[in-house]
Design a protein around this ligand. Structure first.
Ligand SMILES: NC(=O)c1ccc[n+]([C@@H]2O[C@H](COP(=O)([O-])OP(=O)(O)OC[C@H]3O[C@@H](n4cnc5c(N)ncnc54)[C@H](OP(=O)(O)O)[C@@H]3O)[C@@H](O)[C@H]2O)c1
Length: 343
């Protein structure tokens, strides 16, 4: 009896969007094992109920609230449902992300708009719903799932890139705005490719079968990082061995890095098998709800190409930044006019 009472007050209350598949599914189970109370959101109710049931089997309390993150009112209702059931929210994880892969002008504008609505506005809807509660309590952690695609642009996924670059700016601005609340945290998470059904779920206008380039992460690695982050919040978390090299390469030589990424994508598409054009899960719930996408075994074969290309891009970027530059005429004039210091 006392244990149940204490558990109610001590277990962190976590709201998680995109909880029915991939990273979200793995994260729900990881928080359940860590003893959290969970409020799970996604559009498809059956898949969400199954994940909630898996959490209950792990002795967690879990509430499934079917929600479309693009609907601001539904996101407010999600926050109210969490507070109504558990009395508070400690951690809110904006995890939903969808994609539309294809040449920008061969991809319907409605698909681009939907990607921005789900990925960027969806996270903003979440923040808007939970921040008044965090302000009132003077504490709380908002975690925005971004992607290393928020540092390195992905050609043929321009809306996804725009949403993830936008999320980086949104998170930084929000954190600065909340600077006077030391116990309210805004955390950004940047994984590299993860082995989830995400790429299969997304819209594909290339006519080619897509698969993520290696190295691909185990979704459970990301889930554990999110649990750790909820306990010790920090501004930026990069996950995956190529996340920081990719960020550096783009910071040093953005044009070159983007061209290298496009070259990689062109090579992959040229070799890929044909696949039907699809709107995927943009406008309707996803069809697969496993944690894993099954790409890790496939990935090993392509590893050397991707690793060499990325290492090359980083190396070229650094060389480019360190190249000797001719002095501009006005610099030479200024140097000549500067009096020499007496020895
Ligand atoms: N997989 C990767 O390689 C990778 C790498 C870096 C970052 N990420 C990021 O990690 C996050 C999760 O990716 P994932 O690969 O795990 O995706 P996923 O397996 O496709 O799962 C997406 C989840 O979001 C839900 N969802 C989609 N649209 C929604 C909407 N409008 N409203 C509410 N829920 C919605 C889906 O359920 P319903 O369809 O039923 O709604 C599902 O639960 C995304 O933000 C993604 O950008 C992924």
């Amino acid at each position: 009896m006392l244990n149940t009472y204490l558990d109610h007050f001590l277990a962190p209350v976590v709201v998680l969007t995109g909880a029915s598949s991939g990273i979200g599914h793995a994260t729900a189970l990881a928080f359940a094992r860590a003893g959290a109370h969970l409020v799970l959101a996604a559009r498809g109710p059956e898949a969400l109920d199954k994940v909630a049931a898996e959490c209950v089997l792990l002795d967690a309390q879990a509430l499934a609230v079917p929600t479309d993150v693009t609907d601001a009112d539904a996101m407010q209702a999600l926050a109210h449902a969490a507070i109504g059931r558990f009395g508070r929210i400690d951690v809110w994880i904006n995890n939903v992300g969808i994609g539309a892969v294809g040449a920008f002008d061969a991809t319907p504008m409605e698909a681009h708009a939907r990607v921005i609505a789900a990925n960027l506005l969806g996270h903003m809807n979440g923040a808007h719903a939970v921040l008044p509660h965090f302000r009132q309590r003077g504490r709380g952690t908002l975690i925005n799932m971004i992607s290393s695609g928020g540092w390195v642009p992905a050609p043929y996924a321009a809306a996804y890139t725009a949403s993830k670059f936008g999320l980086r700016g949104f998170s930084e601005a929000l954190r600065a705005e909340l600077g006077s609340l030391p116990d309210v945290h805004v955390c950004e998470v940047y994984p590299t490719f993860v082995d989830t059904p995400g790429l299969f779920h997304g819209a594909n206008y290339t006519g080619k079968r897509l698969r993520p380039p290696p190295p691909v992460l185990d979704p459970r690695t990301v889930a554990h990082a999110l649990v750790a982050l909820s306990r010790a919040p920090r501004d930026v978390t990069a996950i995956g061995s190529v996340a920081i090299p990719g960020r550096l390469a783009h910071a040093v030589a953005p044009g070159l890095t983007a061209r290298a990424t496009r070259w990689l994508m062109d090579q992959a598409l040229a070799r890929a098998d044909p696949a039907p054009v699809t709107n995927g899960n943009l406008f309707e719930p996803s069809r697969v709800h496993t944690i894993d996408g099954g790409y890790r075994t496939l990935a090993v074969r392509a590893m050397p190409v991707a690793a060499v290309a990325l290492a090359g891009a980083v190396g070229l970027g650094i060389l480019w930044a360190m190249r000797p530059r001719p002095r501009r005429p006005q610099d030479t004039r200024r140097m000549a006019a500067r009096p020499r210091r007496a020895r």
